[in-house]
Design a protein. Structure first.
Length: 241
Protein backbone atom coordinates (compact mmCIF):
# COMPACT_ATOMS: atom_id res chain seq x y z
CA UNK A 1 0.00 0.00 0.00
CA UNK A 2 2.87 2.35 0.78
CA UNK A 3 4.25 1.72 -2.71
CA UNK A 4 0.88 2.50 -4.27
CA UNK A 5 0.63 5.67 -2.18
CA UNK A 6 4.09 6.83 -3.25
CA UNK A 7 3.31 6.07 -6.88
CA UNK A 8 0.05 8.03 -6.78
CA UNK A 9 1.70 11.02 -5.16
CA UNK A 10 4.58 10.85 -7.63
CA UNK A 11 2.14 10.78 -10.54
CA UNK A 12 0.45 13.98 -9.40
CA UNK A 13 3.77 15.67 -8.66
CA UNK A 14 5.21 14.70 -12.04
CA UNK A 15 2.10 15.82 -13.91
CA UNK A 16 2.55 19.39 -12.74
CA UNK A 17 5.74 19.81 -14.76
CA UNK A 18 4.97 17.17 -17.40
CA UNK A 19 3.94 17.49 -21.05
CA UNK A 20 0.25 18.09 -21.86
CA UNK A 21 -0.37 14.41 -22.60
CA UNK A 22 0.55 13.48 -19.02
CA UNK A 23 -1.73 16.20 -17.70
CA UNK A 24 -4.53 14.87 -19.87
CA UNK A 25 -4.02 11.33 -18.60
CA UNK A 26 -4.08 12.42 -14.97
CA UNK A 27 -7.12 14.65 -15.51
CA UNK A 28 -8.92 11.84 -17.36
CA UNK A 29 -8.28 9.49 -14.45
CA UNK A 30 -9.63 11.96 -11.93
CA UNK A 31 -12.69 12.66 -14.08
CA UNK A 32 -13.33 8.92 -14.37
CA UNK A 33 -13.29 8.62 -10.59
CA UNK A 34 -15.74 11.51 -10.28
CA UNK A 35 -18.04 9.99 -12.91
CA UNK A 36 -18.13 6.71 -11.00
CA UNK A 37 -19.29 8.61 -7.93
CA UNK A 38 -21.87 10.59 -9.89
CA UNK A 39 -23.12 7.39 -11.49
CA UNK A 40 -23.54 5.73 -8.10
CA UNK A 41 -25.43 8.75 -6.81
CA UNK A 42 -27.75 8.84 -9.83
CA UNK A 43 -28.39 5.11 -9.55
CA UNK A 44 -29.64 5.66 -6.00
CA UNK A 45 -31.59 8.80 -6.91
CA UNK A 46 -33.46 7.09 -9.77
CA UNK A 47 -35.18 4.70 -7.40
CA UNK A 48 -35.73 7.23 -4.62
CA UNK A 49 -39.39 7.94 -5.42
CA UNK A 50 -40.32 4.31 -4.81
CA UNK A 51 -38.85 4.36 -1.31
CA UNK A 52 -40.81 7.21 0.21
CA UNK A 53 -42.58 5.05 2.79
CA UNK A 54 -39.36 3.48 4.05
CA UNK A 55 -37.63 6.87 4.07
CA UNK A 56 -40.42 8.40 6.14
CA UNK A 57 -40.34 5.50 8.58
CA UNK A 58 -36.59 5.84 9.01
CA UNK A 59 -36.98 9.56 9.60
CA UNK A 60 -39.45 8.69 12.34
CA UNK A 61 -36.78 6.52 13.94
CA UNK A 62 -34.34 9.42 13.95
CA UNK A 63 -36.97 11.72 15.42
CA UNK A 64 -37.64 9.24 18.22
CA UNK A 65 -33.94 8.97 19.04
CA UNK A 66 -33.47 12.73 18.94
CA UNK A 67 -36.50 13.28 21.15
CA UNK A 68 -35.10 10.87 23.70
CA UNK A 69 -31.78 12.73 23.63
CA UNK A 70 -33.30 16.20 23.59
CA UNK A 71 -31.88 16.94 20.14
CA UNK A 72 -35.12 17.48 18.20
CA UNK A 73 -34.53 21.15 17.41
CA UNK A 74 -35.00 21.15 13.62
CA UNK A 75 -38.54 22.54 13.53
CA UNK A 76 -37.76 25.38 15.93
CA UNK A 77 -34.61 26.33 14.04
CA UNK A 78 -36.34 26.33 10.66
CA UNK A 79 -39.30 28.32 11.97
CA UNK A 80 -36.98 30.94 13.43
CA UNK A 81 -34.82 31.16 10.31
CA UNK A 82 -37.73 31.30 7.85
CA UNK A 83 -38.91 34.53 9.48
CA UNK A 84 -36.51 36.47 7.25
CA UNK A 85 -36.82 35.90 3.47
CA UNK A 86 -33.31 37.20 2.87
CA UNK A 87 -31.90 34.75 5.39
CA UNK A 88 -33.67 31.90 3.60
CA UNK A 89 -32.20 32.89 0.23
CA UNK A 90 -28.71 33.18 1.71
CA UNK A 91 -28.96 29.79 3.39
CA UNK A 92 -30.22 28.09 0.23
CA UNK A 93 -27.51 29.72 -1.89
CA UNK A 94 -24.82 28.60 0.56
CA UNK A 95 -26.30 25.10 0.59
CA UNK A 96 -25.90 24.78 -3.18
CA UNK A 97 -22.76 26.76 -4.01
CA UNK A 98 -20.35 26.12 -1.13
CA UNK A 99 -21.02 22.37 -1.24
CA UNK A 100 -19.45 22.09 -4.69
CA UNK A 101 -17.20 25.15 -4.91
CA UNK A 102 -15.14 24.49 -1.78
CA UNK A 103 -14.02 20.93 -2.69
CA UNK A 104 -13.19 21.99 -6.27
CA UNK A 105 -10.96 24.82 -5.03
CA UNK A 106 -9.29 22.60 -2.44
CA UNK A 107 -8.56 19.83 -4.93
CA UNK A 108 -6.85 22.39 -7.14
CA UNK A 109 -4.80 23.73 -4.24
CA UNK A 110 -3.80 20.23 -3.16
CA UNK A 111 -2.59 19.36 -6.66
CA UNK A 112 -0.60 22.59 -6.95
CA UNK A 113 0.83 22.97 -3.46
CA UNK A 114 0.57 19.58 -1.69
CA UNK A 115 0.73 16.93 -4.45
CA UNK A 116 2.09 14.36 -1.99
CA UNK A 117 -1.04 14.77 0.15
CA UNK A 118 -3.45 14.82 -2.78
CA UNK A 119 -3.95 11.01 -3.08
CA UNK A 120 -4.84 10.75 0.60
CA UNK A 121 -7.48 13.47 0.49
CA UNK A 122 -8.80 12.36 -2.89
CA UNK A 123 -9.25 8.84 -1.48
CA UNK A 124 -10.91 10.22 1.66
CA UNK A 125 -13.32 12.32 -0.38
CA UNK A 126 -14.32 9.49 -2.71
CA UNK A 127 -14.63 7.02 0.17
CA UNK A 128 -16.81 9.36 2.22
CA UNK A 129 -19.04 10.04 -0.78
CA UNK A 130 -19.45 6.35 -1.62
CA UNK A 131 -20.16 5.54 2.03
CA UNK A 132 -22.84 8.21 2.05
CA UNK A 133 -24.43 6.88 -1.14
CA UNK A 134 -24.33 3.31 0.18
CA UNK A 135 -25.97 4.21 3.49
CA UNK A 136 -28.67 6.28 1.76
CA UNK A 137 -29.40 3.30 -0.50
CA UNK A 138 -29.57 0.80 2.33
CA UNK A 139 -31.35 3.14 4.73
CA UNK A 140 -33.18 5.94 2.84
CA UNK A 141 -34.26 8.76 5.11
CA UNK A 142 -36.66 11.62 4.48
CA UNK A 143 -35.45 15.09 5.55
CA UNK A 144 -37.40 17.32 7.96
CA UNK A 145 -38.73 19.49 5.12
CA UNK A 146 -40.62 16.49 3.69
CA UNK A 147 -41.71 14.97 6.98
CA UNK A 148 -42.80 18.13 8.77
CA UNK A 149 -43.85 20.30 5.83
CA UNK A 150 -40.91 22.68 5.69
CA UNK A 151 -41.02 25.18 2.83
CA UNK A 152 -38.50 24.23 0.17
CA UNK A 153 -36.94 26.92 -1.99
CA UNK A 154 -37.18 26.25 -5.76
CA UNK A 155 -33.41 26.60 -6.11
CA UNK A 156 -32.98 23.28 -4.32
CA UNK A 157 -35.78 21.25 -5.90
CA UNK A 158 -34.73 18.59 -8.35
CA UNK A 159 -31.01 18.80 -7.58
CA UNK A 160 -30.75 15.89 -5.19
CA UNK A 161 -32.07 12.57 -4.00
CA UNK A 162 -34.86 13.69 -1.63
CA UNK A 163 -34.46 10.63 0.59
CA UNK A 164 -30.71 10.73 1.22
CA UNK A 165 -30.83 12.75 4.44
CA UNK A 166 -28.71 10.31 6.44
CA UNK A 167 -25.82 10.88 6.60
CA UNK A 168 -25.47 14.52 5.59
CA UNK A 169 -22.78 14.60 2.95
CA UNK A 170 -23.00 18.38 2.90
CA UNK A 171 -21.53 18.18 6.39
CA UNK A 172 -19.29 15.28 5.41
CA UNK A 173 -17.73 17.26 2.58
CA UNK A 174 -17.40 20.35 4.80
CA UNK A 175 -15.55 18.37 7.48
CA UNK A 176 -13.36 16.85 4.76
CA UNK A 177 -12.64 20.40 3.57
CA UNK A 178 -11.55 21.49 7.04
CA UNK A 179 -9.22 18.51 7.27
CA UNK A 180 -7.82 19.20 3.80
CA UNK A 181 -7.08 22.81 4.73
CA UNK A 182 -5.13 21.42 7.67
CA UNK A 183 -2.92 19.61 5.16
CA UNK A 184 -2.51 22.75 3.07
CA UNK A 185 -1.50 25.26 5.70
CA UNK A 186 -0.39 25.67 9.30
CA UNK A 187 -2.01 29.10 9.50
CA UNK A 188 -4.32 29.03 12.51
CA UNK A 189 -6.76 31.56 11.07
CA UNK A 190 -7.17 29.72 7.78
CA UNK A 191 -7.73 26.45 9.62
CA UNK A 192 -10.27 28.14 11.88
CA UNK A 193 -12.03 29.56 8.82
CA UNK A 194 -12.24 26.07 7.33
CA UNK A 195 -13.81 24.68 10.49
CA UNK A 196 -16.15 27.67 10.59
CA UNK A 197 -17.32 26.62 7.13
CA UNK A 198 -18.05 23.16 8.53
CA UNK A 199 -20.03 24.62 11.43
CA UNK A 200 -21.96 27.00 9.15
CA UNK A 201 -22.78 24.10 6.86
CA UNK A 202 -24.08 22.10 9.80
CA UNK A 203 -26.33 24.96 10.88
CA UNK A 204 -27.36 25.63 7.27
CA UNK A 205 -28.66 22.12 6.63
CA UNK A 206 -30.70 22.31 9.83
CA UNK A 207 -32.32 25.71 9.30
CA UNK A 208 -33.23 24.84 5.70
CA UNK A 209 -34.89 21.60 6.78
CA UNK A 210 -32.61 19.38 4.70
CA UNK A 211 -31.20 17.34 7.55
CA UNK A 212 -31.77 16.11 11.07
CA UNK A 213 -29.24 16.66 13.85
CA UNK A 214 -28.25 13.00 13.67
CA UNK A 215 -27.66 13.39 9.92
CA UNK A 216 -25.12 16.09 10.77
CA UNK A 217 -23.38 13.83 13.26
CA UNK A 218 -23.43 10.96 10.78
CA UNK A 219 -21.93 13.10 8.03
CA UNK A 220 -19.07 14.28 10.23
CA UNK A 221 -18.30 10.73 11.39
CA UNK A 222 -18.37 9.50 7.79
CA UNK A 223 -15.73 12.04 6.78
CA UNK A 224 -13.53 11.20 9.76
CA UNK A 225 -13.81 7.45 9.10
CA UNK A 226 -13.00 7.98 5.42
CA UNK A 227 -9.88 9.98 6.23
CA UNK A 228 -8.77 7.33 8.73
CA UNK A 229 -9.05 4.72 5.97
CA UNK A 230 -7.24 6.99 3.51
CA UNK A 231 -4.40 7.46 5.98
CA UNK A 232 -4.06 3.68 6.24
CA UNK A 233 -3.93 3.39 2.45
CA UNK A 234 -1.57 6.38 2.05
CA UNK A 235 0.65 6.29 5.17
CA UNK A 236 3.46 8.45 3.79
CA UNK A 237 4.07 11.52 5.89
CA UNK A 238 3.08 14.83 4.37
CA UNK A 239 5.92 17.28 3.75
CA UNK A 240 6.66 19.81 6.46
CA UNK A 241 4.99 23.18 5.96
Amino acid sequence: MAILSTTAASTVSTAISAPPRVWLRVVATEIAIILVGVGAYLAVAVGAADRADAATAHAGTLVAVESALGLDVEADLATWWSGGPTRVLIADAYYVTAHFAVPIVLFGLLVLFRPAAYPRYRTAFVTASLLGVTVSWLWPTAPPRLVEGFADAPIISGLENPYAAFPSMHVGWAVWAALAVGALTANVWLRALAWLHAVITGVDVLVTGHHWVLDVVGGALTALAALALARALHPAREPAR
